[in-house]
Design a protein around this ligand. Structure first.
Ligand code: NAP
Ligand code: GLV
Length: 325
């Protein structure tokens, strides 16, 4: 019998999905809820023909160079900023990702953060638990309306548009900025705006760009200063899309009213980070796609991509389709 190719899977994932690999590969599973450190990752990838990794695994040029047998990288995420995509492409290694299945779940969460910040849901919960709820009070925990306000979306791709659709139900005016202007095919009614105009006019700004050299710190001091003092910033994209030092200052100086972020510059954020000392920020642990159904679909897609790569087939979901041509 031919020797099965070796694949490294960098995290514990549902067994019944991973078992689909058993007839096709020798699976080296990092059987833990924590990621391998870079040395362990390298040790295990060195001999592997396939890699199923997570966004917590840094698959850089040095790692790819030392993984001489690697034929496919399958990332269980839509974002691929953890991977040196151009080097993988130059090496002819297909990289798979998991777009689409997480779009609505992530958009739900972006909207949940928007609502939670505007209507002080987290403050309200803490207020009750701390025993401060003495009576119904006319000025207790006043927040901002969402209905009828202006939402600015930066990065009008799958998730950005899904957020815009949700905003329709709240009769919001939606503006977007993206690399390219989009057709109005979905009748969402969103209008393209230059970044400066969007920042100046929006009550809520929600980020949905991938992390690239162009989008790193797309929101920094200058952009935060353009925003309204009452504005709320939502980030479910990637931490480094926002200059976190500038955000801490803007929130501290009340240049903007609030932020709600699912992603931070360094993940996990250190408990002593100044961001966490601010009362006007909500921070969640990168869980925007974390519904049971969606995470299963992401796992299945990652397995399908890995198998296709091992068999030399076109990946169902390529992050670097150039390698197939
Ligand atoms: P997508 O469909 O590729 O959309 C990304 C959009 O960003 C595209 O419309 C793209 O424009 C636009 N864009 C790229 N560079 C830009 C720039 N420099 N300025 C303005 N717009 C730019 O991706 P998606 O599925 O919506 O996902 C977006 C990102 O969300 C992912 O890359 C990932 O980092 C993040 N994410 C986070 C979570 C989480 O758990 N927090 C979950 C899922 C996704 P074009 O259309 O012109 O290419
Ligand atoms: C999550 O952050 C993803 O990119 O899928």
């Amino acid at each position: 019998m031919a020797k099965l190719p070796r694949v490294f899977v960098t995290r514990r994932l549902p067994k019944e999905i991973l078992s689909q690999l058993d007839d096709h590969a020798h699976v080296d599973l990092w059987d833990s809820d924590l990621p391998p450190d870079p040395d362990n990752l390298l040790d295990h990838v060195r001999e592997a023909e396939g890699l199923l990794c997570l966004l917590t695994d840094r698959v850089d040029k040095a790692l790819i160079q030392q993984a001489k047998s690697l034929r496919v990288i399958s990332n269980m995420a839509v974002g691929t900023d953890n991977i040196d995509l151009s080097f993988a492409t130059a090496q002819g290694i297909p990289v798979g990702n998991t777009p689409g299945v997480l779009t609505e779940t992530t958009a739900d969460f972006a909207f949940a953060l928007l609502m939670a910040a505007a209507r002080r849901v987290v403050d309200g919960d803490k207020y009750v638990r701390d025993g401060n709820w003495k009576t119904w009070g006319p000025s207790v925990l006043l927040g901002q309306d969402v209905f009828g306000k202006t939402l600015g979306i930066i990065g009008y791709g799958a998730i950005g548009r899904a957020v815009a659709r949700r905003a329709q139900g709240f009769s919001m005016k939606v503006m977007y900025n993206s690399r390219s202007q989009k057709d109005m095919d979905e009748k969402i009614g969103a209008t393209y705006a230059e970044l400066e105009d969007l920042l100046e006019q929006s009550d809520f700004v929600s980020l949905h760009v991938p992390l690239t050299d162009e989008t790193r710190h797309i929101i920094s001091t200058k952009e935060l200063e353009l925003m309204k003092e009452s504005a709320i910033l939502i980030n479910t994209a990637r931490g480094p899309v926002v200059d976190q030092g500038a955000l801490v200052k803007a929130l501290g100086n009340k240049n903007i009213a609030m932020a709600a972020v699912d992603v931070t510059t360094v993940e996990p954020i250190d408990a002593g980070n100044p961001l966490l000392s601010l009362p006007n920020v909500i921070v969640t642990p990168h869980i925007a796609s974390a519904s049971t159904r969606t995470r299963r679909q992401m796992t299945q897609m990652a397995v399908d991509n890995l198998l296709a790569g091992l068999h030399g087939d076109v990946l169902p979901h390529f992050a670097n389709p150039e390698v197939s041509t």
